[in-house]
Write a protein that binds this ligand. Structure first.
Ligand code: PLP
Length: 490
């Protein structure tokens, strides 16, 4: 095969990989060195790239220099810099040298580890690192790979909740009969991530059977067990079948923590599957002083945290533990002739294809293993504690300014705050907070995002980017104050 320039294409030539790989690492290292020079939130307009790139792919090879020039001139302006130390929006999506190296190694090995036999190390390393992390989180033994439990890496918390919802659905339908789908009821608080709603849509749960239970500031947006109990009792009386509860440790809007033990008791009593979404805050629970927030996890059937959020493991790496791997397998396994092999047939191994939606899967455990080995758990704890300390400092700065208020008490490293209303005019106050958010983000100096709590528009400052230091937090607050002062005196 010729590549059009008269040369034979060698797509994985080791010497070219060495040369280009070094240049790409240099390019990325330079990017990190200068990351603070870019506007944190991309300032381009929709469709900008169409104007800059040709309408069709090149017929003949171009040089790496040409491509990198285009990355600099055309791609980077359209990038929002999630790794910037002044990125405080949504929740962080950590990268690190260790995570990056793990990704690189995974790309380099290029395996597809759907069954044990397709790369035994991929399956076994995943089991081992998930056991390591389960130990760090002090999860109950039943979540470890020794018995019928175990951990698996999913692409996202959305996939995690979908696979356990499907496992729970099929488990209950096996016992009550497959025609009962329309009777199955799912419970969560109104603070639960929309990933659950999407999972219900995919799993065929009837929308009128999704109980979204109201929370408010009195419990700092945590779900009240009494509300759950009332809803479950009502549904039972109506002949419906409560089968799935999703609780949160660290909600997306405000890091609310649901009372797991009390909720779990209700779920267990009613033989419901109990899933805990700790996508963001799970990482903090490796610190003994934050472990209390997952007390009660022993009553759960599944537990999820995103190592790609706040655990230095490059996206994507969502960790899911279950107590009953059989339920997952019964719902998700297939066994076509073309995948049959001795180890699987003899039931000697885990085949992770049966624990997830796609067949193919990357060697994602490598990057988590690299993070755990190159940093060690004590360093990772300090890393988390430092962000929480910075968030405390930011919270103090906000509370010292009479124009602002803290909207919900801070638990981890997210601060929810807003400009206070003047003369109780909530609507005007919401507009003013929206305007402030836009002004701050248009400055390019930092990026924060928002949510709504009890109808209030609230700004969220989530501290957790790997490069963030005290000076970035102070500078962010200065910009917010300056923009606020301009807005208030306009
Ligand atoms: N759950 C919580 C608490 C989240 O904060 C998020 C995302 O921020 C999700 C679920 C969804 O995460 P993913 O993008 O991994 O599906």
């Amino acid at each position: 095969m010729e590549n059009g320039s008269g040369k034979v294409l060698k797509p994985m030539d080791s010497e070219q990989l060495r040369e280009y790989g070094h240049r790409m690492v240099d390019f990325i290292a330079d990017y990190y060195k200068t990351i603070e020079d870019f506007p944190v939130l991309s300032q381009v307009q929709p469709g900008y790239l169409h104007k800059l790139l040709p309408d069709s792919a090149p017929d003949h090879p171009e040089t790496l220099d040409q491509v990198l020039d285009d990355v600099r001139a055309k791609i980077l302006p359209g990038v929002t810099h999630w790794q910037s130390p002044s990125f405080f929006a949504y929740y962080p999506s950590n990268s690190s040298v260790a995570g990056f190296l793990g990704e690189m190694l995974s790309a380099g090995l290029g395996i597809v580890g759907f069954s044990w036999v397709t790369s035994p190390a991929a399956t076994e390393l995943e089991m081992i690192v998930l056991d390591w992390l389960a130990k760090l989180l002090n999860l109950p033994e039943q979540f470890m790979s020794k018995g019928n439990g175990g951990g698996v890496i999913q692409g996202s918390a959305s996939e995690a909740v979908l696979v356990v919802l499907i496992a729970a659905r099929d488990k209950v339908l096996r016992s009550v009969g497959k025609n009962a789908l329309e009777k199955l009821v799912v419970y969560s608080s109104d603070q639960t991530h929309s990933a659950l709603q999407k999972a219900c849509q995919i799993a065929g749960i009837h929308p009128e059977n999704c109980r979204v239970l109201k929370t408010d500031s009195a419990t700092n947006y945590a779900l009240r067990p009494e509300l759950l109990q009332e809803a479950v009792s009502r549904d039972l009386e109506a002949g419906l079948i409560p089968f799935f509860l999703c609780a949160n440790v660290g909600t997306t809007s405000s890091t609310a923590v649901d009372p797991l033990a009390a909720l779990g008791k209700i779920a267990n009593r009613n033989e419901m599957w109990f899933h805990v979404d700790a996508a963001y805050a799970g990482s903090a629970c490796i610190c003994p002083e934050y472990r209390q927030y997952i007390d009660g996890v022993e009553t759960a059937d599944s537990f999820n945290m995103n190592a790609h959020k706040w655990f230095l493991t490059n996206f994507d790496c969502s960790l899911l533990w279950v107590k009953d791997q059989d339920s997952l397998k019964l719902a998700l396994s297939t066994n076509p002739e073309f995948l049959k092999n001795k180890a699987s047939q003899a039931n000697l191994v885990v085949d992770y294809k049966d624990w997830q939606i796609p067949l193919g899967r990357r060697f994602r455990s490598l990057k988590l293993w690299m993070v755990l080995r190159l940093y060690g758990s004590e360093t990772l704890k300090s890393y988390i504690r430092n962000h929480i300390k910075l968030a405390k400092e930011f919270e103090q700065l906000v509370s010292q300014d009479p124009n602002f208020e803290i909207v919900t008490p801070r638990i981890f490293a997210l601060v929810c705050f807003r400009l206070v209303p003047v003369k109780n005019e909530e609507k005007k106050c919401n507009n003013r907070n929206r305007a402030l958010l836009d002004a701050v983000n248009a400055s390019g100096k930092l990026f924060i995002s928002h949510t709504a709590l009890s109808g209030k528009i609230v700004m969220r400052c989530a501290i957790g980017a790997p490069l963030t230091e005290e000076k970035h937090v102070k500078e962010a607050w200065k910009v917010i104050q300056e923009e606020a002062s301009y807005l208030l005196h306009k």
